[in-house]
Every structure is written in C-alpha cells, then in structure tokens.
Design a protein around this ligand. Structure first.
Ligand code: SAM
Length: 222
C-alpha cells in the first residue's frame, strides 16, 4: 500500500515505504499526531524537536494544506524538513506506519476518532496502539464538556469522558490493545489554555477553565 502525503493546498503525492524509511533514518525519534486537523500542533512539535520526525495524520487532507505548504518552503520561510503530513484514517492504518512512533498524541479529537475512543471501539484503539512501538508514550487529551451545552445531535448519547468514566470504560480497551494508561485527570486552566492547537483555542474561547481530560500511557512489549 502507498501512503498519501499532503504537500500543499489541494495537493497530495503518493509516498512509498523506502521514502518513509529514509526519513525515519534521518531523525532520532518519531512522533505521530493523530487527528492532526490543521497540523498546528504537529508543526509546533517539529519546531520544538528538530531531531524528531513528526507525522501529522488525519482522515481529511484539506485542513492540513496550508501548513503542508508552509513546511515545504525553505526553513527561513517556515519550512520544516522533519514534518510529514499524511492522509489516513486511524481505523484503516497503512501497514507502513505500524510501530513507527516513539510518541503518539491525540488532541481534542472529533468525529469517528472521538467516538471510537469514548466508546472504546477496538478498531480505533487498536489503530492508535498499532502506531506505537514498545515503550512509546501515548498522550490523549479529550474535551470533557462541550456536549453539555452545545451537543451536536450525533453526540447526544455520547458519554462525557470524566476521569472516572475513562478508568471504567476506556482504560480496559487500551490495556487489551497493549497500552497501559495512567489515571486520567483534568488539565489545569493554564495547561488547557497553553495547548498549542487550534481546537484548544476554539474550545477554550470564552471559558475560564476548559475541561480537558488528559491521560498518559505507555505501549507494552509483546
Ligand atoms: C476537532 S479536530 C482536532 C484537530 C487538532 N488535533 C487540534 O487540536 O486542533 C479532530 C480531527 O480528527 C480527525 N479525525 C476524525 N476521525 C478520524 C479518524 N478516524 N482518523 C483520523 N483522523 C480523524 C478529523 O478529521 C479532525 O481533523
């Protein structure tokens, strides 16, 4: 299977395993931001960690276009050689991406990714686990309140992921998939406001303390 790389607005390219392997070899570690949206967080990570390959992954390519274009420019113009943006759904993860990540981040997901985590659907949880190599860190941050006041119809029945709900209903499925999650906690107001992602900014707008539920995990060995 070929990978689909987003290289600009409305522009994608096929990418093969040899190309991916060459990039992995050029950097010491790899982080994957799942449901990267406009890739702002992935771009931030790539800037903070120039010796890491940072992959932003999303089922939709359009929102990644602008940052894909910026990343392709010269470094002085915002280019980031260590940022790779790929279009793929986590439940249909291309085999090339299996166990490539030393860190997997999922920030404020929406759609199938959110439902899959909150309802602990095995195809979504296993997709996240499949990315992570043994010992990899897994960071999950969920919005813990939005559907209390402005619930889109399809989320009406979606449980609110409180720390207690995570422990009871989400953690066991991650454990089955090979990821040991620590206890979930609410981010402090400063932590929530400081998350460098577009959705953290949107969801935090007008709120003194956005209720973001955070958990850390580690990928077990076989
Ligand atoms: C609310 S946006 C958050 C984007 C970004 N993490 C942020 O914090 O700004 C959620 C993203 O998850 C993506 N997503 C939803 N279901 C997905 C799936 N099954 N696989 C990969 N990405 C998915 C959506 O396309 C969307 O871009």
């Amino acid at each position: 299977m070929m990978l689909t790389r987003v290289v600009g607005k409305g522009r994608t390219e096929a990418m093969d395993l040899a190309d991916l392997d060459a990039r992995l070899d050029a950097f010491v570690k790899c982080a994957v931001d799942v449901g990267t949206g406009d890739a702002r967080f992935a771009y931030h990570l790539a800037t903070e960690r120039p010796d890491w390959l940072v992959i932003g992954l999303d089922a939709l390519e359009a929102p990644m276009g602008e940052i894909a274009y910026r990343a392709s420019r010269k470094p002085a113009r915002g280019g980031r050689e260590n940022l790779l943006l790929l279009r793929a759904a986590i439940e249909a993860l291309p085999a090339e991406l299996a166990q490539i990540a030393d860190e997997v981040d999922v920030l404020l997901p929406w759609g199938a990714l959110l439902e899959g985590i909150v309802r602990a659907r095995s195809e979504i949880v296993q997709g996240i686990a499949a990315l992570a190599r043994e010992g990899a860190v897994v960071n999950l941050t969920l919005n813990g309140e939005i559907w209390l006041d402005s619930t889109p119809a399809r989320y009406e029945d979606l449980p609110v992921p409180t720390p207690a709900y995570v422990a009871e209903s989400i953690e066991p499925e991650f454990r089955r998939a090979g990821i040991e999650l620590g206890p979930a906690r609410y981010l402090t107001a400063d932590e929530a406001k400081g998350l460098p992602t577009t959705w953290a900014r949107r969801l935090g707008h007008g709120r003194l303390h956005p209720r973001f539920v955070h958990m850390n995990g580690v990928r077990r060995g076989p």
